[in-house]
Design a protein around this ligand. Structure first.
Ligand SMILES: C[S@@+](CC[C@H](N)C(=O)[O-])C[C@H]1O[C@@H](n2cnc3c(N)ncnc32)[C@H](O)[C@@H]1O
Length: 306
């Protein structure tokens, strides 16, 4: 595979090597060449992979982020984790299917390379990471028992198309499991008008990227539109309240609003300036020091059977 950069700095992946592979697809043997376009999508990911962003993603576990899926796993399942980021949930899931396998894919070559190194010594031997695009999965139809995407659909310009592609590679009877936050439903205390402004800028920025900050409430409709009829919707929160929880969550957001792609893109689009970003960071640090502070991240999840 080879990588290049387009003018927007988005990585492109040349899949010609993979395209040359022939895949067994039911009765007919077909090549991926005709089906898969060689480039990854050009959606713009709002957060990027700055350390302050990965600090948040690395905290995630199967238990705190995929509890709705766990009762449906069997130990020999083959699972695909789409948009796996640094791979912490992916690696957790691999431990739960010791007789099966877990493949994590992400559009970012950089984050995939880091996950490959970080989990190189994973003991199960059933975990792999590779670069890939949810819109054009390189896998044949009906391959996986479970296809999972956590906090990914909210960042896409074509979430329904992505779910259709996830459905394609799911076995009949298998499940597509998706979970996304709903930024508009976040709750925090005490009130702080500067945090309201941060939320407003976040919505403007994601709209500008063609993404959906309030994805959680839209998941059910997207999954329906992608062709599923058998689906179950639930919700679960992340709650940050204790001193150490506030310090971790508020601290990483104070860094994210000044150092991650959120900061770069907000300025590039003219949505706000460095002084505004500094005020958002100060607001998060104030919140950390509020003994009665609480922040609740509302997540909505959907389990859909093919
Ligand atoms: C918010 S992160 C979630 C990471 C991980 N699932 C987790 O919950 O910790 C979203 C990830 O989706 C990836 N992503 C964005 N667009 C994608 C696409 N079209 N195909 C595959 N991955 C994509 C990003 O690179 C990023 O790592």
């Amino acid at each position: 595979m080879s990588y290049s950069r387009n003018p927007r700095g988005v990585e492109k992946l040349d899949l010609h090597q993979d395209a040359a592979l022939s895949l067994q697809g039911g009765s007919a043997r077909r090549t991926v060449e005709s089906r898969y376009c060689p480039l990854v999508s050009e959606d713009r990911y709002t957060h990027g992979h700055h350390e302050s962003v990965l600090r948040s993603h690395r905290w995630r576990t199967a238990e705190n982020s995929a509890a709705f899926l766990l009762p449906h796993l069997e130990t020999d399942f083959n699972l695909l984790d789409v948009g796996c980021g640094p791979g912490n949930i992916t690696a957790d899931l691999a431990q739960l299917v010791p007789g099966g396998s877990v493949t994590g894919i992400d559009r970012s070559a950089e984050v995939v390379a880091r996950a490959q190194v970080e989990f190189a010594s994973h003991t199960g031997g059933n975990l792999r990471f590779e670069q890939g695009d949810v819109y054009r999965l390189r896998f044949p139809d009906d391959q996986f028992d479970v296809v999972f995407a956590h906090q990914v659909l909210q960042h896409l310009t074509r979430p329904i198309e992505a779910i259709r592609e996830m459905r394609r590679v799911t076995k009949p009877g298998g499940v597509v499991a998706v979970r996304d936050a709903d930024f508009g439903a976040f709750v925090w205390a005490p009130d702080d008008p500067t945090l309201d402004s941060w939320m407003d800028i976040y919505h403007q920025l994601t709209r500008r990227n063609g993404a959906e900050a309030d994805a959680g409430r839209k998941l059910k409709g997207w999954v329906h539109s992608a062709g599923f009829r058998d689906l179950k919707v639930s919700s679960s929160n992340w709650t940050f309240s204790t001193d150490s929880e506030r310090s971790w969550w508020g601290g990483l957001w104070a860094d994210r609003v000044t150092e991650s792609d959120f900061a770069r893109q907000s300025i590039e689009y003219g949505l706000c300036g460095p002084a505004d970003l500094a005020s958002f960071a100060a607001a998060f640090r104030r919140w950390v020091n509020e003994p009665d502070g609480v922040f609740i991240v509302v997540n909505i999840e959907c389990l859909a059977r093919k």
